[in-house]
Design a protein around this ligand. Structure first.
Ligand SMILES: Cc1ncc(COP(=O)(O)O)c(C=O)c1O
Length: 363
């Protein structure tokens, strides 16, 4: 069967060379006589894989030495509780910017553990932009400020890094991690579910500044305690071994192409093909304000729910899969993560033009 262009928001496409390498290694990884799926996580051969995965991610993201890299489980959603349980340790206060559904969930979850304030939100505008903030938006004694850097459902991305002064900035980067360079030193903690840009579902990455850990709520479940995970090199228990191996192959794929600057160029090119088309016509509307547009998730509507439905259905038949928008917002969403080839986006734009021609609107 032909491979399709999968525009799913996650789990999503993995780079073909990565899948091919995994296929080659499937039955006998580097002469070990077994698949990586079958290996003990304590074996020397697996130890080399996880160490290399960490080293490659450090190289790729230029992670400073005073940050720990953790390979965890439980999805980004588990971090909605792990973050407050680890970091609410001085004033017990934290400030959240709610720019979409996931930051809303994180905000709600944190309220179980402390004095949590809403620093800014674009909820009243249906999250079509990322709210602006400055230092005065945050309480001076907050233990941290939380943001979701790329809002997968609404197709927005922070066009700026909030200035929080000395307050550690925590960012959910699930849907934009390793899509372009970021200055890790501007963040106290970065977390991401891996199933969009890094690996199959089951792996969560946490990058955390060392001085922020070791002061967790005493009632924290052991599995959520960053200091325990760091002391045990992410192997307090069995880690998601195979996902970590695929993540390593993905990091190698990006390093081989020239790193995150090159990855960004590739992603910008794809996003501009789509946005340039959207801006050049009036059949489809892209609801997100230009300044807040995401390079990873591109949302658009025809303005007619039946046409939107027809669009997604007919696109499927042309090998353009999973273009239906999130159930809470409708319309269409094209998730064009790292592994989506330029050809996939070109084919989508061709399809959009044809669809518009063949389905004139009533008025
Ligand atoms: C930005 C963002 N945060 C959090 C989540 C939840 O991630 P998980 O399913 O890994 O818990 C998602 C999932 O799509 C997401 O896009």
């Amino acid at each position: 069967m032909e491979r399709v262009f999968n525009f799913s928001a996650g789990p999503s496409m993995l780079p073909l060379p990565v899948l091919e390498k995994a296929q080659k290694d499937m039955l006998n990884y580097e002469g070990s006589g077994m698949s990586v799926m079958e290996m003990s996580h304590r074996s020397p051969v697996y130890d080399a894989i996880i160490k290399d995965a960490e080293a490659k991610l450090r190289q790729l993201m230029n992670i400073p030495d005073n940050y720990k890299v953790l390979f965890l489980q439980g999805g980004a959603s588990t971090q909605f509780s792990a973050v407050p349980l680890n970091l609410l340790n001085k004033s017990g206060k934290a400030d959240y910017i709610v720019s979409g559904q996931f930051s809303g969930k994180a905000y709600k979850e944190a309220q179980k553990y402390g004095d949590i304030a809403l620093a800014a939100t674009s909820k009243d505008a249906n999250f079509v932009f990322v709210p602006k903030t400055d230092r005065s938006s945050f309480r001076a004694d907050a233990d941290y400020v939380h943001i979701c850097f790329n809002n997968t459902i609404y197709g927005t991305k922070f066009p700026y890094i909030p200035d929080t002064g000395d307050i550690p900035l925590v960012a959910d980067m699930s849907s934009c991690i390793i899509s372009e360079p970021v200055d890790v030193s501007k963040f106290g903690l970065i977390y991401a579910g891996a199933q969009k840009n890094m690996a199959p579902a089951g792996l969560t990455i946490v990058i955390v500044r060392e001085d922020l850990i070791g002061k967790a709520n005493p009632q924290i479940p052991t599995m959520l305690d960053y200091s325990i995970m760091a002391e045990n090199d992410s192997m307090y228990n069995t880690p998601p071994c195979y996902c970590i191996y695929i993540a390593k192959l993905v990091y190698e794929w990006i390093l081989d192409m020239g790193g995150l600057e090159k990855m960004k160029e590739h992603n910008q090119k794809k996003a501009s093909i789509l946005y340039d088309y959207l801006d050049s016509q009036d059949y489809y509307v892209a609801p997100v304000e230009k300044e807040s547009r995401s390079m990873m998730n591109v949302t658009f509507v025809t303005g007619d729910a039946d046409l939107d439905k027809k669009f997604a259905k007919e696109a499927e038949a042309c090998g353009l899969k999973n273009l239906k928008g999130h159930r809470s917002v409708g319309g269409m969403r094209a998730s064009i993560y790292n592994a989506m080839p330029i050809e996939g986006v070109e084919k989508l734009v061709e399809f959009m033009k044809e669809f518009a021609k063949n389905n004139p609107k009533a008025n």
